[in-house]
Ligand binder design. Structure first.
Ligand SMILES: [Fe+2]
Ligand SMILES: [Fe+2]
Length: 221
């Protein structure tokens, strides 16, 4: 069985994540390094578990989360495809779970908001875990000047708390955000992340759930 704790020991994977982090830092992006991928892996595993997926599927979701952005070091635009292909090069011959490798490849290859398809449950969970990572701790330059001038950093910096809850009875996947409105208003959040929230809704629908967004205790569904 493919297990995240083993994948994390792989020196090639570590190097890809590190080089991707360095490259996106250079381009001025918010965090796409170990903080982001560990967070997405944890969130994906927890979502898979709370949705009742098997232990194997929980690990596949967690691995997809950990590896989804490792293709960025080659180039940003097609990082989903390159990440998927690198993952297969590292693992397809080394595991009995070939189907698991292919499911992870499908999830990684389709996590980009500009050209995505949700093909399997692992991919839907990856979309939810990745697109919901909007948080103050993702901002690399939190100087007052940068927060004022860069809308992406400002919106990320405004989010001080973020958590998922699954309501199995009502079939709701609930993303709760706390935004510091002294940093920015809720409208700016949607100016930047409307597309990502639509993706989360589609991912939830693939899993036969509703996506509910709660911002500062105000429910949007
Ligand atoms: Fe990505
Ligand atoms: Fe990501």
């Amino acid at each position: 069985m493919l297990i995240l704790s083993e994948i994390k020991k792989h020196s090639g994977i570590k190097e890809c994540i590190k080089k991707s982090e360095d490259y996106l830092n250079y381009l001025g992006y918010t965090d796409h390094g170990f903080r982001h991928v560990n967070m997405v892996a944890d969130r994906a595993k927890s979502l898979a578990k709370n949705l009742g997926l098997s232990e194997r599927e929980q690990e596949l979701a967690a691995i997809s989360g950990y590896c989804h952005d490792m293709g960025n070091f080659l180039q940003r635009t097609d990082h989903c495809y390159t990440g998927a292909m690198i993952f297969s090069q590292f693992f397809i011959e080394k595991t009995q779970d070939k189907a698991g490798v292919l499911e992870i490849m499908q999830a990684i290859a389709n996590h980009d908001e500009h050209k995505f398809e949700i093909i399997n449950k692992i991919g839907a969970i990856l979309i939810l875990a990745d697109k919901s990572d909007v948080h103050r701790s993702r901002v690399k330059d939190n100087s007052a000047k940068n927060i004022k001038e860069d809308i992406h950093d400002r919106v990320n910096y405004s989010v001080v708390d973020s958590s998922f809850k699954i309501d199995k009875l009502k079939k709701n996947i609930v993303l709760k955000l706390k935004i510091d409105t002294k940093v920015t208003g809720v409208m700016e959040y949607f100016e930047i992340f409307n597309e990502r929230m639509i993706l989360c809704r589609k991912a939830a629908e693939f899993l036969n759930y509703n996506f509910v967004l709660v911002i500062n205790n105000f429910k949007l569904s």
